[in-house]
Design a protein around this ligand. Structure first.
Ligand code: M6R
Length: 602
């Protein structure tokens, strides 16, 4: 989604901004722009399309020591050059970049800016005009910015430059992520630490409702009432090398391959030298006091929640409900007496999930965020955090975060179940079983060539495709169908196999790919029966099956793992099928249309 970079006090501002924007590309965007200035000159360059398109427009003369840059994922107004950020005020004195959505932009326009001329359709243009409006009323830039912030409702991270003071960037945030980086002799601003890691690993978190004045050698944080706030920087522990593709053609393939290593790393992170699971005692106490777990998540993380329900319930005997964050906040079910909330989120920034966390915090309910990003908003705002230790996930299509989330919840369940003296938990050898699952993942990953052929055979030209399964296999079907649709644009759906005959089977025609996932001995005959039903109506069927249940003619054979960990292995062929189907169709695997990596608007 939208990304912000800024720099003050470095003569190489243009290059550093360009580099920062490149690092934000993975988040998804459709236009970009930079503003760069020195004492005498200033430049505003914007472009629709990729950062490379923007860079092609940036002339050699575009140099300065202060600047702000932006990648835009269109919300208000089409992805045109006119709507790209930075935006300027009526006179051109103020320049602003913005992430988020200003909800009352129509009212602001009508109440304060009726006489102004606007060139694009964005809510951001109204914000920068508003700052100038208050300056024209006699306020200083800082006071005008503060006043504007009090008038603006919605989500935002802002970076503002006043051309009359080319030594300062004003920033503020509400619900959208923003960090200040402290570099050697200069300072930077970014919505994602990755954008500025080459400049510094020292970052200051900014909280909602704070305004920051950033100069070359000083950072002053205030609340909107003007009270100073002291804050220590933290060290971002991200290895830049983890962000590189290396020899891989796409990040998605690299991240699929990293899954077994992530499992092994998680075992190391969450067990002691005796193989005992180590989880924060306060977190366990809080869970022990609860009578129901509510998992709230979006997209792939929601699918990981479904796939983890069984392991949590079996090992802990605590009932689990899994909910979509975008629905839960505004349609909250009747809660149990002592609910515990688990937020699953790779990025830790998903606005839909965060709005629920804000509400459950207001209601005083305990919460855990399971995330891949330390220091992310949901991590900071929940009572507890469990990290995935999966390394940066760059591809929009989430893969290693899905399996790491299931592993994290398995680890938590083992610890909790042992604390409750549940026999299933005591008998479950986590280190051994997770290790076997990691090996099983390796086996599936080594089958790339065979899976590539299957993808070409089944999915090269089809308009739609279905995955079916029961119980855990159904939840994995939902996930691999999401993978397929988001990058290959094939209309793919995951269905409960038994539900097909209640409606969906009407969609099956000659050649429709229907892929069945079969890992449970009890339901295997039923799912096989459902595959036969669609086959006799012309479907092109594929069987993805556990070795012990396989029959002659089955195409993809899954290694046997502990029943509670089957999703960790059964998801891999579907991830690879999505990857190779997308290649087959000549599409960009890592940058699917319309999608953003971190979805920071509701
Ligand atoms: O960062 P989160 O896990 O909260 O993100 C949730 C979804 O936006 C994300 O999983 C999305 O569905 C992915 N593109 C799926 O591959």
């Amino acid at each position: 989604m939208c990304g912000i970079v800024g720099i003050v006090g470095n003569n190489n501002a243009t290059k550093i901004l360009e580099n920062g924007l490149e690092k934000l590309e993975y988040r998804g965007y459709d236009s970009a722009g930079i503003f760069v200035a020195d004492e005498a000159n200033d430049y505003l360059v914007k472009s629709r399309g990729r950062i490379a398109d923007l860079e092609a427009k940036i002339g050699e003369d575009v140099q300065g020591n202060i600047g702000i840059g932006h990648t835009r994922w269109a919300t208000h107004g089409e992805p045109t050059e006119l709507n790209a950020h930075p935006h300027t005020s009526q006179s051109g004195r103020f320049v602003l970049v913005h992430n988020g959505v200003i909800e009352n932009y129509d009212d602001l326009k009508a109440n304060f800016l009726a006489e102004d001329t606007f060139y694009g359709e964005t809510d951001t243009e109204i914000a920068v005009h508003l700052v100038e409006y208050f300056v024209e009323q006699g306020l200083t830039t800082k006071a005008a910015f503060q006043k504007a912030l009090k008038e603006i409702h919605g989500s935002y991270a802002f970076g503002l430059v006043d051309k009359n003071d080319r030594e300062t960037i004003y920033v503020a945030k509400n619900k959208s992520p923003l960090l200040i980086g402290l570099a050697d002799g200069f300072n930077v601003v970014c919505s994602d630490a990755m954008a500025m890691l080459e400049q510094t690993n020292q970052f200051l978190e900014i909280n909602d409702g704070e305004m920051v004045i950033v100069t070359k050698d000083a950072v002053s944080i205030e609340d909107y009432a003007g009270n100073q706030i002291a804050r220590e920087p933290y060290t971002a522990k991200i290895d830049l090398a983890d962000m590189e593709k290396g020899t891989y053609p796409y990040y998605m393939l690299k991240e699929i391959d990293e899954q077994p290593a992530t499992m092994r790393r998680m075992i190391g992170e969450y067990t002691d030298e005796n193989g005992q699971v180590v989880v924060e005692q306060d977190l366990l106490d809080s869970l022990l006091a609860s009578d129901r777990i509510y998992i709230v998540a979006a997209g792939t993380s929601n699918n990981a929640g479904h796939a983890s329900k069984q392991v949590i319930e079996q090992l802990t005997r605590i009932p689990v409900e899994v909910h979509l964050s975008s629905e839960f906040g505004y349609n909250m079910p009747l809660l149990s007496e002592r609910p515990f909330f688990i937020y699953l989120t790779q990025s830790g920034e998903t606005a839909d999930s965060r709005q629920v966390l804000v509400k459950t915090n207001e209601l005083g309910y305990p919460s855990l965020t399971v995330t891949n990003v330390p220091g992310s908003t949901l991590s900071r705002e929940a009572d507890y955090t469990m990290l995935l230790h999966a390394g940066p996930e760059i591809a929009v299509a989430s893969t290693k975060a899905y399996t790491a989330q299931i592993a994290a919840l398995t680890i938590l369940s083992k610890a909790l179940g042992e604390a409750k003296e549940i026999a299933e938990a005591q008998d479950f050898d986590l280190v051994q079983e997770l290790g076997i699952a990691a090996n099983g993942m390796d086996v599936m990953i080594s089958e790339k060539a065979m899976i590539q052929e299957i993808a070409a055979d089944y999915l090269a030209t089809t308009r739609n495709a279905f995955y079916i399964g029961r119980a855990e296999d159904y939840y994995v079907s939902m996930e691999v169908a999401l993978k397929l649709k988001e990058i290959s644009y094939i209309q793919a759906e995951g269905f409960a196999a038994g539900e097909l005959k209640h409606g969906t089977i009407a969609l099956v025609e000659e050649g429709t790919p229907v892929m069945g996932i079969i890992t449970d001995p009890i339901t295997a005959p039923h799912t096989r029966g459902n595959l036969r039903e669609v086959e006799s109506r012309g479907a092109h069927t594929l069987v993805i099956v556990s070795e012990e249940l396989s029959k002659s003619g089955d195409q993809i054979i899954l290694p046997v793992v502990h029943p509670l960990l089957r999703p960790l292995v059964s998801v891999i062929p579907g991830q690879l099928i999505a990857y190779y189907a997308t290649l087959e169709r000549g599409l960009d695997v890592d940058k699917p249309r319309n999608l953003a990596k971190s979805v920071t608007v509701e």
